[in-house]
Structures are given as C-alpha cells and as structure tokens.
Ligand binder design. Structure first.
Ligand SMILES: NC(=O)c1ccc[n+]([C@@H]2O[C@H](COP(=O)([O-])OP(=O)(O)OC[C@H]3O[C@@H](n4cnc5c(N)ncnc54)[C@H](OP(=O)(O)O)[C@@H]3O)[C@@H](O)[C@H]2O)c1
Length: 317
C-alpha cells in the first residue's frame, strides 16, 4: 500500500480511502450497522487507514459508526475526513458545526475538514475560510479541503488560507473536472481524493441496461442512472471486460486501478457496505495497468464522459 501526504500538510492517506456514505443509511439502501462497522475495520486491517465521512451521511449516523469502529485502534494511525455542510458556511455556524462533528466522531481533532459544497446562499468564502483557519491554528482540524469546487472557486478560497486537498466527483464515466479543478490541483500540488470512483456500482459491472432502482435508492434520480445515459454507461462497462480478463481482475478493481493511476489523482474514496466489497476493492492496490492499456482505456473513458450533456451534478440531471 502506497502512502501520500496531502498538499503542504503532514496529513497522510493511503492509495485508497474508505467512503462512509453508504453506511450512513440514507441515499444507498440496505446498510446494516454490524456489517458497516465490519467494513470499516476490514478496510483499516487492509491498510486503508483513511476514512471519509460527513454529517449529511445519515444525519450524524455515519460519523457515529466511525466512532464505534475506531474503538481499539490507535487514533494517531488513522486519518479522518469529515465535512462542513453547505448550509452552515456562514461565520457563526462554522465552529459549532466542527464541534458537533468532533462530538459525533468522539475525537479531539479532524485530519481533513472539507467544505462539502460551495455556498448556495452567497456566504462570503472569506468568512468561512477565516473560521477554518482559526480551527486549524487551534489544532481542531489539521488541513482544509474543498469538495465540489471549481478552479475559480478554489482560487478565490486560497486567498484566505491554505487548501491542501480537493474532493471532486471522478470516475471513468464522469470527468467534468479534468480540465478545470483537476488540472489546477496537479499544477499546484494540491491533493485529490475523488468520490464515486465506481460510479456508485456501475463500474463493478453488476448492473444490466434494465436494472431498476427503488425510489428510496438515491441512484434512482442520479444523473448517470437516467436513460439513455445509464444504458450507454452499461455498454461502456462491457467494453472494459476484455481488459479485466487480461489482468485477471474484477471490473471494480480495473476501474479503481485506472483512477489510482491517473496523474492528477492522489487516492479515490471508495464506498462499501459489506466487508466482501472491501475485499474486492482493496485488491486494486495489487496490480499495475500497462501504459499502453492505460492510454486505450483512458481514451475510451474520455470519449464516453466528454460526450455526456452538462448535468447539474452527479446527483441531479
Ligand atoms: N463530497 C461529496 O459531495 C461526495 C459525494 C458522494 C460521495 N462522497 C464520498 O465518496 C465515497 C464514495 O462514493 P460513493 O459511495 O458515492 O460511490 P462509489 O464508491 O462509486 O460506490 C459505492 C457503492 O458501490 C457499491 N459497491 C462498492 N464496491 C463494490 C463491489 N466491489 N462490488 C459491487 N458493488 C460495490 C456499493 O453499493 P451497493 O452495494 O448498494 O450497490 C457501494 O455503496 C462516499 O462514501 C463518500 O465518502 C462524497
């Protein structure tokens, strides 16, 4: 397992991060707490010692599960990232929100504190960043990250404090940020932890063109899960199968490996609800895709993703 430091900080992450959204129980269906805790522990025991969560993931439930799962582990060897909710970016809301997360996580400090989404109410980023920098100087957070920010929004935020890591949406079927925030991060040496690297299961190859999601499953309204894009994405995954066979790996492992070998990506955040999924995904750390195959798959991925319409975001068509 390779390890990286984020931006100019001393915060370490391994080459995959465990994503704690699905275990929160909202959006994805069917999470069971016992399996969720077992999944977090399986990830850590495989060397995936970085966990990404947020208050929004089950209204604190995901953060509570992280607290439970970490009992018995050495805190200094774990990297925890959580998020400042987008409706709490106004100056008076920043500190209480951070303190609520610290309570829910049962921790004294957060390693990476992300702004979850840019403000939807024109809260001045100068105020939000100023409060975050104070929390950083007090040791309550170790570094600041921005999630779902464009290049222009990152440059604006950087006027008021250090940004060490970004969290954009990125997968082989979703790459709107390639020439925007991701190119900027690569140029400036900012870490990148992309989310939904399996396109919420599409890239595991387990769905067919006809798969229907229940209305309670958030995927039923996510942009790439709408037709005709969903069917086209399933066809795209079929074109990856010969590569997975060549390397003797699953489609999940191939897709994650592609993500891990992209020059502008530090480590993908991979969600899972069950230890078996963790066991599958972690094996993406054990092989290398040749430069020739990487270039072919990367081109196929760009041909697919760059042809998609301009959706609002991953979750809304
Ligand atoms: N900053 C943001 O705005 C933002 C947004 C989204 C996510 N995130 C973060 O990024 C993390 C990952 O993103 P994500 O959960 O949206 O998407 P993802 O990692 O692409 O997909 C995770 C889902 O795929 C399925 N899965 C995972 N491994 C599998 C395997 N080996 N075989 C078959 N199915 C498998 C599971 O769902 P099923 O079993 O139900 O199919 C799992 O919940 C989240 O947990 C969260 O920490 C952040």
């Amino acid at each position: 397992m390779k390890n990286y430091t984020l931006g100019k900080s001393s915060v370490m992450i391994p080459e995959q991060v465990f994503g704690c959204w699905a275990i929160g129980g909202t959006y994805f269906t069917g999470a069971e707490d016992e399996k969720s805790i077992a999944s977090i522990r399986a990830a850590i025991d495989h060397g995936i010692y970085a966990l990404d969560t947020a208050p929004a993931y089950g209204n604190g439930h995901s953060e509570n599960l992280v607290r439970e799962a970490l009992k018995g582990y050495d805190r200094d060897k774990i990297t925890i990232s959580t998020k400042l909710p987008t409706h709490l970016l106004a100056r008076p809301d920043v500190r209480p929100s951070c303190e609520q997360s610290l309570r829910d996580l049962g921790q004294d400090y957060i390693d990476i504190y992300f702004i979850h989404w840019p403000s939807r109410k024109n809260d001045p980023i100068a105020d939000t960043m100023d409060e975050l920098m104070k929390l950083k100087s007090e040791g309550k957070i170790r570094c600041i990250g921005l999630s779902n920010f464009s290049r222009a929004q990152i440059i604006e935020a950087e006027q008021y404090g250090e940004i060490d890591v970004l969290q954009p949406c990125w997968s082989l079927v979703w790459r709107y940020q390639d020439n925007d925030s991701l190119a900027y991060a690569e140029e400036k040496g900012i870490g990148v932890m992309p989310y939904s690297p399996l396109a919420q299961g599409i890239l595991t190859g387990k769905f067919s063109r006809d798969t229907v999601f229940s209305p309670e499953d958030g995927r039923s309204h996510a942009a790439i899960f709408q037709q005709p894009y969903f069917g086209q994405a399933v066809d795209f995954v079929d074109r990856l199968r010969p590569y997975a066979e060549k390397y003797g790996v699953t489609l999940a492992q191939l897709s994650l490996r592609m993500c891990m070998q992209e020059s502008f990506i530090t480590a993908p955040i991979v969600g899972a609800k069950r230890p078996e999924q963790v066991e599958d995904n972690v094996k993406a750390c054990d092989f290398e895709i040749s430069a020739e195959d990487f270039a072919e798959i990367d081109q196929m991925s760009k041909d697919f993703a760059y042809a998609l319409p301009q959706f609002q975001n991953f979750f809304r068509a």
